[in-house]
Ligand binder design. Structure first.
Ligand code: ACO
Length: 321
């Protein structure tokens, strides 16, 4: 039986950290105290002008390729989860393929599931690999969310950051990805959206992120609890069998509420929201790579990844490393 397994991780954050105090200094009507109390965020990284999604993705991918010690030419599937692609088309995955100098590889495409994007992408890669059609995948979450923020809306602009995380997933006889579930309910699209489009050379509608924060909060906590139980049940395991929970890093209070629902102490939750803010599809692979590199996650660790985002979309993946 073919399984899929993560064999290397990488990540990249652009520029220096931008603290809450830096945002106040830039004229945003907020305070470090408000942001920390409501969200746990202390700083985030913002990509310099001109730096694109595929550029961040390339840096994270090169780290993952090095960690996995594989030849880029052997990668036959590239999936980039992003809501902030370089262009309308081609996909950021195709641009990433070109940046990595991979010619004639199997397939490259983007997945648009906002903050659940990485969980969606990993689930899709797992299905490709287990079908036998592809052998080695590069799965990336990369975002330049700063480009779709309304910097005059203090209720949203302080929450997000830019960055990228990547993993190499390959066919293996040993089980790696143990269970996964992905879901969507488009009826919730108005509570978190960028309701604009480009047509005839102009933006139609609104090109900035809009959010009903309290509705998102309640929805996120509910579905993150449910989908975690769903994948654990599929694998025949309980929360005691999970070494680390890596939730999408939206807000420390969402992470705490989710951990409480699952009966997991915060000491078993990987947290980066304080340093990265919410990097949407990049947040889970960024947190995974950080914990791999600092030694908390290693061979034999069992990890539960879960995400929720605009759409609404949500999902979870249970991994053995
Ligand atoms: N600085 C200072 N004051 C602010 C700020 C700010 N940055 N933003 C809002 N306020 C003020 C508001 O104007 C309001 O003032 P008022 O009472 O005088 O009218 C007050 O703070 C309360 O505003 P609320 O929006 O009700 O604040 P709330 O407690 O709901 O916190 C927050 C807002 C942090 C966004 C919260 O709703 C939340 O965390 N929601 C989850 C959303 C989330 O994490 N989204 C990320 C994307 S979704 C995802 O990734 C799943």
């Amino acid at each position: 039986m073919i399984h899929s397994r993560i064999v290397g991780t990488g990540s990249y954050l652009p520029g220096e950290p931008v603290t809450n105090g830096d945002l106040v200094a830039r004229g945003i009507d907020t305070s470090d105290q408000w942001i920390v109390e409501r969200t746990g965020i202390r700083s985030r990284h913002l990509a310099p002008e001109g730096v694109s999604c595929s550029e961040l993705a390339e840096a994270a991918s090169r780290n993952a390729i090095d960690a996995a010690d594989v030849d880029p030419a052997s990668i036959d599937l590239i999936i980039v989860a992003t809501s902030t692609p370089d262009y309308i088309f081609p996909s950021s995955a195709a641009l990433l393929q070109a940046r990595l100098g991979i010619r004639n590889a199997g397939a490259a495409f983007d997945i648009q599931a906002v903050c659940s994007g990485f969980v969606y992408a990993l689930t899709v890669a797992d299905k490709f690999i287990r079908s036998g059609s592809h052998k080695r995948a590069l799965v990336v979450g990369a975002e330049v969310f700063s480009r779709i923020l309304d910097w005059n809306d203090r209720g949203t602009c302080v929450l997000f950051g830019d960055g990228a995380g990547a993993v190499i997933v390959e066919a293996s006889e040993e089980p790696g990805l143990l269970a996964s579930a992905i879901h969507a309910d488009g009826a919730y699209n108005p509570i978190l959206c960028v309701p604009g489009s480009v047509s005839g050379g102009t933006v139609i509608g609104d090109p900035f992120l809009r959010m009903d924060g309290q509705a998102v909060f309640k929805f996120a906590v509910k579905v993150l609890g449910e989908v975690a139980q769903e994948v654990l049940a599929e694998a025949g395991l309980g929360t005691d069998d999970v070494d680390w929970l890596i939730p999408h890093q939206a807000n420390i209070r969402i992470l705490q509420a989710t951990a409480r629902r699952l009966g997991l102490p915060m000491t078993r939750v990987i947290t980066t929201v304080d340093q990265h803010g919410n990097t949407s599809a990049a947040s889970i692979p960024l947190a995974l790579d950080l914990a791999v590199r600092d030694g908390r996650i290693g061979k034999g660790s069992r990890i539960l990844l879960e995400g929720v985002g605009g759409g609404f979309t949500w999902g979870a993946v249970l991994l053995g490393m």
